[in-house]
Design a protein around this ligand. Sequence first.
Ligand code: 13P
Length: 256
Amino acid sequence: MRKPIIAGNWKMYKTPQEAVAFVNAIKDRLAALPAAERVVCPPYVALPSVQAALAGTDIAVGAQDVHWQEEGAYTSQIAPGMLRGLVKHVIVGHSETREYQGVTDEMVNRKAKAALAHGLHPIIAVGESLAINEAGQTQQFVERQIRAAFDGIPAEALASIVVAYEPIWAIGTGRSASGEQANAIIGSIRAILADLYGHEHAEAMRIQYGGSVKPGNMAEFMSQPHIDGALVGGASLQEDSFVDLVRIAIEAKGLA
Ligand code: 13P
């Protein structure tokens, strides 16, 4: 049984003070829901204080991106070694970094490998635009992203990796994929992973859905067999809705 994993991607929201107040307000409620992994991904500047506030809990902290180099003249960037001890997870390949920062499939692969080399657990995000979706090219497009992201990653690393399927047209739009649509694409991602690594490894990998996930549609996604959790933006920023998402995931998977 794959343990569900619910990650809040806070994007460019919450100051360090707001971030700490948020996790202090929900940590006891989340601690009471251990059947799912819970991850919060604040902006970089809030990572030390959020990490300190969550020390001693099993609520994990994640970063929203990482560079692949060990260090260097890369103004504004953060190296994987700098995140060691601060975070467990790191999102790589989020569509907003692909779109606004020119992150390519090759860079996603380098970021994932660099993260793994430093003991960090990548959440590898993939997903198609509306135009690709409407052209009926989703499966092929996502397949390319997955094969590129996993290039050269050995099977032993898979247990540390989570994949997030986030159709771009569903992010922040209120227009989510249906549970069945998301399950079909995520099933096809699992089939690609089976082709790359074998059935057993693919069955053990956790794959999230992301894109306008809310408490109101969470059960629809989480009742699908291939969907192992969610990567959530907007609905992860409010205390009650984030706790509800975790609770609904646990109930929908029959783990309550
Ligand atoms: P929303 O949940 O706000 O649609 O954002 C999804 C997302 O991009 C999470 O990484």
